[in-house]
Write a protein that binds this ligand. Structure first.
Ligand SMILES: Nc1nc2c(ncn2[C@@H]2O[C@H](COP(=O)(O)OP(=O)(O)OP(=O)(O)O)[C@@H](O)[C@H]2O)c(=O)[nH]1
Ligand SMILES: [Mg+2]
Length: 433
């Protein structure tokens, strides 16, 4: 690759010069501010462009100062990648427009707004700014092409090779803590099904990948209660994961926060610890809810019967270590002793902060209870979300709720795939709840 430099009073002027000389073939490597603009003095900018030598023969005639004479290029690909990203950031900052990489990340929502006909651009933008934006967009994709040039040496050793244009999605997914086999399966499905035309552009690759992720993760959407029916929901799971707090959030949601208000009753099986009953009693008092306690399995049915006037019955259970078979057995006894007409939805509550392998052990230990859905808590304390994806994908159990903090009732999110995929690819963002 040949390295060339071009100067201009603005970055876009330097770019225009580059385009005049070498057309569209070059790739932006760096933008430098050589001299600051000041009163009575123009600014001076220098851009560094890389071009394939074979293209150069046909497009570029003039002799140029090699970059190596000004600043040696670093050997390590990682450092070059870093420089390239910085260059893209620099040019956007100097041009005083949004960060092109951030724009790339938000591309989906822009596309969505375009689809719905919403206005996405200020029509009063000066032509020069529009030109700069369009140049930056083109350059952003070229930056990605350069990043991808280094993919071959870094690409993982999977069954089928992963092409460079998939490098970004592979990196995002593998950093999320997803199980390796699931990651491979995901990449293979994406590779096999993605229409060839979509591969040309990194934005469409990412969008298609999100569609595949959405299809792979099972979600149980919250549906309104049918007239004359009742829902009985039991939360089970390890100690301290947030079962009782989640019961309080759900109770508040069903009682006051939905379009239709419902009658809610509580049952507590955790009668071994005095504190546990008291914790839920307090919530029941605050929300004026009926509450029943169950000490022995035969009392379970009568507790449900005495709350039959309720639309929702929420059952809190004692937290059990996945290895404490005795406590899980006791919950099982209660479920078996249920002689009422009401079936119990068992929700396994787990913290998102533990790795996939531990989630799987927990799931296997509670599986004897007949898990209907999964609820993940403490999303606010987690960075990667691939573990959640992997557990739902592996067990085929749908996710029903997420807990995203300690606050009752607001820190509860009804499961939806968009929210999970957003967390998976870009991390948890409270403002998007
Ligand atoms: N950061 C964060 N903390 C949470 C979340 N959900 C619950 N907690 C906190 O976790 C702690 C334990 O919550 P509990 O609801 O008592 O947990 P539990 O599963 O009922 O615990 P045991 O009954 O002892 O098994 C409390 O301090 C909660 O405030 C969450 O989503 N995020
Ligand atoms: Mg509890």
């Amino acid at each position: 690759m040949k390295i060339l430099t071009f100067e201009g009073k603005t970055p876009s002027e330097a770019l225009k010069k580059a385009k005049l000389e070498i057309g569209d073939e070059g790739m932006l490597i760096e933008t430098r501010e050589v001299r600051k603009k000041a009163l009575g003095r123009e600014g001076l900018y220098e851009i560094v462009i890389g071009i394939d030598e074979s293209m150069l023969a046909t497009t570029y005639k003039k002799a140029h100062r090699p970059l190596s004479a000004q600043q040696p290029l670093k050997d390590e690909s990682q450092e070059i990648l870093f420089d390239i990203s910085n260059a893209a950031k620099q040019i956007s900052r100097i041009s005083n427009v949004e960060d092109p990489l951030a724009r790339y990340i938000n591309e989906d929502s822009v596309a969505d707004r375009e689809l719905t006909g919403a206005k996405v651009q200020n029509s009063f933008e000066p032509q020069e700014l529009k030109d700069i934006k369009s140049e930056i967009n083109k350059l952003t994709d070229k930056v990605k092409i350069i990043q991808n040039m280094f993919w071959d040496e870094k690409s993982p050793k999977t069954q089928a090779p992963i092409p460079p244009e998939f490098a970004e999605i592979y990196r995002l997914a593998s950093q999320s803590g997803m199980n390796n086999e699931h990651l491979d399966a995901l990449m293979q499905i994406t590779l096999e099904h993605m229409p060839y035309k979509m591969r040309e552009n990194s934005t469409t690759v990412k969008r298609y990948f999100q569609t595949i992720l959405r299809k792979m993760v099972p979600i149980r959407l919250e549906t309104p209660l049918k007239h004359g029916t009742k829902k009985v929901i039991m939360l089970v799971g390890p100690t301290g994961v947030g079962k009782t707090t989640s019961i309080a959030k759900l109770a508040a949601r069903y009682s006051f926060l939905m379009e239709k208000k419902h009658k809610v009753g509580l049952v507590v099986l955790d009668t071994y610890r005095i504190g546990a009953v008291e914790q839920l009693m307090q919530y029941a008092r605050m929300m004026k809810l009926g509450i029943e306690t169950v000490v022995d399995p035969p009392e379970f049915s009568s507790a449900l019967e005495s709350l039959k006037y309720c639309d929702y019955i929420l059952i809190d259970t004692m937290g059990s270590s996945p290895y404490d078979k005795g406590k899980i057995e006791k919950i099982y006894e209660c479920l078996r002793a249920n002689t009422t007409q009401y079936s119990v939805d068992v929700v396994l509550v787990m913290p998102s902060s533990i790795k996939y392998e531990d989630l799987k052990i927990t799931y296997d230990n509670f599986a004897t209870l007949g898990i209907d859905t999964l609820m993940f808590t403490k999303l606010d304390e987690t960075r990667g979300f691939g573990n959640i994806f992997s557990l739902a994908y592996e067990t085929k159990k749908p996710i029903s709720y997420f807990s995203v903090g300690q606050e009752v009732p607001e820190d509860l999110v009804c499961a939806n795939s968009d929210f999970l995929i957003e967390c998976l690819l870009h991390g948890f963002n409270r403002s998007k709840v």
